[in-house]
Design a protein around this ligand. Structure first.
Ligand code: 6PG
Length: 242
């Protein structure tokens, strides 16, 4: 389902409402809420809203468990760190138990960080299905999501839950979750804003797959829901959203 919002603020408010409603539902049904956060810039305002009333008081932070869909292989204090962005915008401002925040060890060698994160995920989910209650994802203008970039071998991964990738032209490595794990989620919400995403969103949602796979096409929840939260600028080329 595609939800079009007037601007980033309205989109972010809707995403914060989704987070809060999913959290209350998951905690009521299963005693915990397991969420996967996206990096990049688009989700920042959503995280900031969640740290403020009314959302701060609505969300059962004591039962929230946070993971990341991807991380740049940099130190925790590096401005490029996705975990750092989420801590400054949200996690340092709400009463979530620190042991329930699970960042990727970005400062470790990439392969080791990926293997450790996979082990952490497998231990966390243990005997339960690895099913996130909510996953936020962003979308790059090349169709990437998380750190699943076009042409990456990680797009072929069918077993492992994490992979090491590199954005073309970017020196740093990244650790990313793979599509098989993401697609186990109960609900995946893409947050897409800005005119710069209009072309890729139109291609992704309104044209048949071409010879070059857009990684975001891999995201198809097996037994879950897929939502697109987009602003009017990003939706400007969509026929179905008019
Ligand atoms: C990252 C994200 C990445 C991001 C897209 C969109 O680590 O950068 O995981 O997938 O979501 O690149 O980024 P913006 O929201 O900044 O446009």
């Amino acid at each position: 389902m595609i939800c079009v919002y007037a601007d980033l603020d309205a989109l972010s408010r809707a995403a914060a409402e989704l987070f809060a409603s999913q959290a209350l539902k998951a905690v009521k049904e299963r005693g915990r809420f397991v969420v996967l956060l996206a990096g990049g810039e688009t989700p920042r305002h959503t995280y900031e809203l969640l740290a403020e009333e009314p959302f701060r008081g609505l969300v059962p932070w004591e039962e929230v468990h946070v993971f990341w869909g991807d991380e740049r292989c940099v130190s925790a204090g590096d401005p490029r760190s996705n975990a750092r962005m989420a801590r400054l915008a949200l996690l340092d401002r709400v009463p979530i138990p620190p042991e329930q925040i699970h960042p990727v060890a970005g400062a470790r060698p990439p392969r080791q960080a990926a293997e450790e994160y996979e082990a952490l995920l497998r231990a966390f989910f243990a005997t339960a299905p690895p099913r996130f209650d909510l996953i936020f994802l962003g979308l790059g203008d090349d169709g990437h999501t998380a750190s699943l970039f076009p042409g990456s071998a990680a797009l072929e991964e069918r077993e492992r839950w994490t992979a090491v990738t590199q954005r073309p032209g970017d020196a740093i490595h990244r650790v990313t979750l793979t599509a098989p794990l993401i697609n186990q989620a109960a609900l995946v919400a893409f947050l897409v804003a800005g005119g710069g995403k209009a072309a890729v969103l139109s291609e992704l949602l309104e044209t048949p797959p071409g010879p070059d796979l857009l990684p975001a096409r891999l995201i198809r929840p097996v037994k879950g829901e897929l939502l697109w939260f987009v602003d009017r600028e990003a939706a400007s080329l969509l026929v179905q959203a008019r």
